[in-house]
Design a protein around this ligand. Structure first.
Ligand code: ZN
Length: 165
């Protein structure tokens, strides 16, 4: 058996995946969102394990295809992409830098989900435009199942926020 020669080290694969955008929020990558849980290289075979954000998100196959393509672009022919829901994705996996970009993009970053408890309305949600805490939730589910819709009572602007899970 002739092993496939590849320069695809785990570090190179992580770097490539850090350029794969979140299919719903293009300002952050799937690694920013903490979706990529494991990268393993065994000879010429690469296995990437990811956990999708909110189980209601319809972009699962898009993420899977994007991961596979990013690894293939490194010259790897043998790619396996696995998804796992255990442990479930949590907003705590979102990187600090990504939280700031979400805010700039106009999405209220989620508050940390403390101690694994699902917080319903306990988190202070700020208007990403004016910073006011005087906001009102208008719908528990946004355009995707991932987000909530709010309206700011100070500047009257509607905006989207994440659910903390
Ligand atoms: Zn506002």
């Amino acid at each position: 058996m002739t092993p496939t020669v590849t320069h695809a080290t785990p570090a190179a694969i992580w770097a490539a995946l850090s350029h794969v955008p979140d299919p719903e929020i293009p300002v952050v990558s799937i690694t920013d969102m903490g979706m990529v849980r494991d990268v393993s290289v065994d000879g010429g075979r690469v296995t990437v394990t990811f956990t999708p954000t909110f189980s209601g998100c319809p972009a699962l196959h898009v993420i899977r295809d994007s991961i596979e393509q990013a690894v293939r672009d490194l010259g790897v022919a043998d790619v396996e992409v696995r998804s796992t829901l255990t442990p479930p994705w949590t907003t705590d996996w979102i990187g600090d830098d990504a939280r700031e970009r979400l805010r700039e993009y106009g999405i209220a970053p989620p508050a940390p989900a403390e101690h694994g408890l699902i917080q319903l309305d306990a988190e202070p949600t700020r208007c990403p435009r004016c910073g006011s805490l005087n906001v009102r939730m208008t719908a528990s589910f946004g355009p995707t199942l991932c987000k909530r819709m709010y309206v700011c009572e100070s500047c009257r602007e509607p905006f989207e926020g994440f659910k903390s899970v």
